[in-house]
Design a protein around this ligand. Sequence first.
Ligand SMILES: [Zn+2]
Length: 94
Amino acid sequence: MLCNDCNINTKIIHEYYMVQHYLWPKNVEFLCIMCLEQRIGRLLNVHDFLLVYGNIVWKRSGLLKQRMVGFNDMFDEGCKDGSIQPQAVAGPHI
Ligand SMILES: [Zn+2]
């Protein structure tokens, strides 16, 4: 779970998350938030994160919390209207 670019352990710093597939660079397994933002050339926002159960339960670093403001509400809404299957747990970065 080492960041591909800076080698930090993303699990230990709580920057383990799933973003939209088109944002994820090819041939990369893990990236911390800062290194992913460096690669895409902008800051992440709440819409960049996949509405998957993992993104709810995985701990968030301070930076990840900032980027994911409003995520839990979006997730709850999706569960209510049936667009999300809350029990479906996806693996990292599919
Ligand atoms: Zn990094």
